[in-house]
Design a binder for this molecule. Structure first.
Ligand code: NAD
Length: 374
């Protein structure tokens, strides 16, 4: 049985820091565990041994990539959202042995889930493993935009000191209306963390209403119409999965309904926001800021417009590489979770239901869009 793991290269950092588990060097900690079971783990050269059961590589793009070469006979695929191996329908059709996809982390949109349903390939993720990590990053990003932190820090590094240039676009979060698109594990934790900031209101937009007690606990109000929702918010944070119903959800048309000068934080998935429409809204001042860590293609191209987009005052950009959900604390949790899913599979044990995104021939979650269950 072949297990194929597509991870990112950690280089020197991963050699020096063994807790960087999500890397090709440290292999999610699965190496030691498999060896203890008498299996052998090898790198990408299958010719080197007949006993190879797991292939680990970062090479994922194009027909000559290890991903595309090894997917044709892999039974289990392990990927992470941070360095996504894009498993398209076309690749699924070539992957005749594939039975299980494990996402080491949260968010399996890099896999064509509808094709996985059609081909009875199960897709599991480590639900909850990094939701606190992301929620903390969201709160940080909201604050750094609203308080105009990045230009202030850059000014200090340059050796300048012009308080007025920063303060003219710095505000308090207190008294603002903050809303989350998606109030699942991350969205809800963001609301919990924002409660002590004394915002004017905390709103949410989600087709799945929160239980009344949960909504009451964070004093949030649901707004059912998206345009109405965005028009009420000073700050919007995106916390829903990427699926057919959310791809391009924040587009030029919706951005027109935002309050002038709103701040937008997206740590969910890059493709939920239209790249050019967001850059244009920032440039025109319709948005005062855009921050997040997710990009429509990863790694993001060097000339991706979100790397350098600025508001008319030269600030408002809080973009970073995809790492909010891959703190060392999170890596320990999702590496363990991925290992547990693999162990269950190898031993024929039942999987934790909350981790199952696609079961045999059907979606097992309602979070990836409103659809009739097959
Ligand atoms: P979750 O399943 O607990 O919650 C998702 C919520 O989004 C659900 O309540 C669902 O009903 C809602 N939703 C789905 N479609 C919607 C729509 N069209 N409009 C409004 N709400 C909608 O998931 P979670 O653990 O909170 O994670 C959410 C997403 O965050 C993941 O799918 C992933 O894409 C992203 N994520 C990013 C990172 C990172 O490192 N940046 C890490 C983890 C997760």
């Amino acid at each position: 049985m072949k297990v194929l793991a597509i991870l990112y290269d950690g280089g020197k950092a991963a050699e020096e820091e063994p807790r960087l588990l999500g890397t090709t060097e440290n292999k999610l900690g699965i190496k030691d565990w498999l060896e203890s079971l008498g299996h052998e783990l090898v790198a990408v050269h299958p010719a080197s041994t007949q006993r190879a059961i797991i292939q680990v590589s970062s090479s994922k793009e194009g027909p000559d990539s290890d991903f595309q070469k090894h997917i044709v006979d892999a039974e289990v695929l392990i990927t992470t959202p941070f360095h996504p191996g894009y498993l398209t329908r076309e690749l699924i059709e070539k992957a005749k042995n594939l039975k299980l996809c494990i996402t080491a982390g949260v968010g399996s949109d890099h896999i064509d889930l509808n094709a996985a349903v059609d081909h009875r390939i199960q897709v599991l993720e480590v639900s909850g493993s990094n939701v606190v990590s992301v929620a903390e990053h969201v709160v940080m990003s909201i604050l750094l935009l609203v308080r105009n932190f990045v230009p202030a820090h850059e000014m200090i590094e340059r050796g300048d000191w012009e308080v007025a240039r920063i303060a003219r676009n710095a505000f308090d979060l207190e008294g603002k209306v903050v809303g989350t698109i998606g109030a699942g594990r991350i969205g809800y934790r963001v609301l919990q963390r924002l409660l002590p900031f004394d915002c004017k209101e905390l709103l949410y937009y989600d087709y799945a209403p929160l239980p009344p007690a949960a909504a009451e606990a964070v004093k949030t109000r649901r707004v059912e119409d998206l345009k109405d929702f965005v028009s009420q918010c000073d700050v919007i944070t995106v916390n829903c999965p990427l699926h057919e119903g959310t791809r391009g959800l924040v587009n030029a048309d919706l951005l027109k309904h935002f309050k002038k000068g709103a701040w937008l934080v997206n740590t969910a998935r890059g493709a939920i926001c239209d790249k050019d429409a967001v850059a244009e809204a920032l440039k025109s001042g319709q948005l005062s800021g855009y921050a997040g860590d997710v990009w429509d293609v990863q790694p993001a191209p060097k000339d991706h417009v979100w790397r350098t987009a600025k508001n008319p005052l030269g600030g408002g950009n809080g973009m970073v590489p995809h790492y909010s959900g891959t703190t060392l604390d999170a890596q320990a949790r999702y590496a363990n979770g991925a290992k547990q899913i693999l162990e269950n599979y190898l031993n024929g044990k039942a999987q934790d239901p909350q981790n199952i995104i696609v079961g045999l021939g059907r979606y097992e979650t309602t979070a990836y869009g409103q659809r009739d269950k097959k």
